[in-house]
Ligand binder design. Structure first.
Ligand code: NAP
Length: 483
């Protein structure tokens, strides 16, 4: 299947934090891949900005090094890289200082789309937004892209929203959650809302429960002391897993339009039940073979979780009796992200239950091997009587899209192009982020008030035993991470 690539309009993207880790690992390689695909026109420009004093040539060398390290060999074409870096330039600027802003104003063009990407610590978002507006660099149709974390609680998120709102309108602000840029996440919406098959069954009458898992094999490694101030609830659940829950649980929007879609997600967040501590399991990985969480965090008294599992209820007509179980953790047995929609058993079986029938499950795999499969029960082939077996109806996107497209575009590629196209559908709105924190804060406050200590779990496991018990208690099981 050949996908169409439509070039975007000419743009100037000012990348604040251009010398940082995220710019080198994700943003610059993503821009290059879109350039290679013909989507970034040769009239587009990338202007790197950070405090370091670099010449244009030194910055271009940095871009070349980033591409050599983070773009696959198959896509590193010397002529294309030369052409791409020729469209990159650099300005040394301090978000908190007064120098350089009039130079930056001269660099950006009036007649191109202007996008300002804040790949910097949130503590300087407000200062940057203010400088761009007060120096007349940003205008009414400029776009602003901001990275996570968007706050550490409701209070800080509100402050960030207010700081940005002082200089930019909400329809200019693009809050990145890279999970929303994944092909499968958008396919979840296509599967639900472009097929007649699932929507009639998509409710508490037919769905027993939903499991959302984001499992990582890596630890917190070099960013241990940073992570220790955050933990899995703030770092993963409040944003990424919450977005997956919303897209699974939301009502069909009246149109695939940014605000209508985000209105529906917001309604889900507002319908989430408070979560009592008995429905939360937190863990920390033990030592062996790699250092323990405590060692990585360099904090012997740390009570921060590197793993969390929660049972969440949604108080609305669609989901009243269907729990959503979420789990995410580090140093687990497998790197894997998926949503499993577990349907109920048939109301009555005409077959012997022991013959192997199980309830249907729709699995939306985000990684690895993005795709969707539906498990159905069929008769086992052969003359051995009416024995049943489960087979997956599997749609791996790599297979379905053909070998040429097997290397799926990175989420950042799609999201950056959406910014240039002015499409906010896959970005979080300010009220959505605040509602997510308003639900998260009381859960964190409750475990902090109780002095709750995370349970220890072995590296390479599925997490703490207590997380298994969270589902067993309800007569359910987590999907095996090894499957
Ligand atoms: P980083 O490696 O520490 O880079 C920070 C960048 O900001 C550098 O380019 C730095 O360059 C620049 N900077 C710092 N202070 C500045 C100032 N006062 N004025 C102008 N520029 C300034 O951080 P990062 O890992 O790239 O992360 C950037 C943002 O993305 C953070 O909000 C982070 O939470 C978020 N994020 C990162 C990742 C990731 O994988 N790295 C993933 C998701 C989200 P100079 O020192 O030269 O000024």
């Amino acid at each position: 299947m050949v996908s169409r690539t439509i070039p975007v309009d000419p743009f100037d993207l000012v990348l604040f934090g251009a010398t940082g880790d995220l710019a080198r690992r994700k943003i610059l390689p993503s821009l290059y891949r879109r350039f290679l695909a013909g989507q970034m026109p040769d009239t587009a420009r990338v202007i790197g900005a950070a405090r370091s004093e670099l010449s244009n040539e030194e910055f271009r060398d940095l871009v070349r090094e980033a591409l050599a390290e983070f773009v696959s060999k198959a896509k590193t074409d010397k002529a294309a890289i030369d052409a791409f870096v020729a469209q990159c330039s650099y300005i040394a600027i301090d978000a908190k200082g007064d120098g350089g802003w009039s130079d930056l104003k001269q660099m950006v063009r009036e007649d191109a789309i202007k996008a300002f990407y804040f790949s910097v610590a949130p503590s300087i978002f407000g200062a940057l937004a203010d400088k761009l507006r007060s120096h007349g660099i940003a205008c009414d149709n400029s776009r602003l892209v901001v990275e996570k974390p968007f706050g550490t609680d409701l209070k800080t998120a509100k402050k960030l929203n207010a700081d940005l709102a002082a200089s930019f309108r909400e329809d200019q602000i693009y809050r990145i959650d890279h999970f929303l840029g994944k092909e499968t996440v958008q396919n979840l919406m296509a599967v639900r809302f472009a097929n007649v098959l699932f929507e009639p069954l998509w409710n508490e009458r037919y769905i027993d429960h939903v499991q959302i898992t984001v499992a990582e094999t890596v630890g917190v490694g070099g960013r241990g002391s940073y992570y220790d101030k955050s933990g899995a609830m703030r770092d993963m659940v409040q944003n990424h897993l919450m977005q997956l829950l919303c897209l699974t649980a939301m009502e069909p929007p009246a149109a695939f339009d940014p605000d209508r879609l985000r209105d529906e997600k917001l309604k889900v967040i507002r319908a989430l039940d408070p979560v009592p501590l008995k429905d939360v399991v937190r863990g920390q990985y033990k030592s062996g073979p790699e250092p323990s969480y405590i060692e990585d965090a360099e904090n012997a008294d740390s009570k921060t979780e590197s793993y969390i599992a929660l049972k969440i209820g949604i108080s609305n007509w669609r989901w009243k009796h269907t729990p959503f179980y979420l789990r995410t953790g580090k140093r687990l047995t497998k790197r894997m992200s998926e949503i499993v929609v577990q349907f109920k058993e048939t109301p009555h079986s005409i077959f012997d239950r022991d013959d192997g029938s199980t309830a249907n499950a729709l699995t939306i795999r985000l990684q690895p091997d993005e795709g969707i499969d539906l498990s159905v029960t069929i008769k086992e082939p052969g003359p051995g009587g009416m024995r049943l077996t489960n087979v997956p109806l599997d749609m791996s996107f790599a297979d379905a899209l053909g070998a040429d497209d097997a290397e799926m575009p990175d989420a950042y590629e799609r999201l950056i192009m959406d910014v240039i196209r002015g499409n906010q559908t896959l970005f979080m709105r300010g009220d959505e982020v605040e509602a997510a924190w308003a639900w998260t804060d009381p859960i964190i406050n409750a475990w902090e008030a109780q002095g709750d200590k995370p349970k220890q779990y072995p590296q390479g496991s599925s997490g703490p035993e207590e997380a298994l018990a969270l589902l067993l208690r309800d007569g359910r099981r987590w999907r095996d991470l090894e499957d």
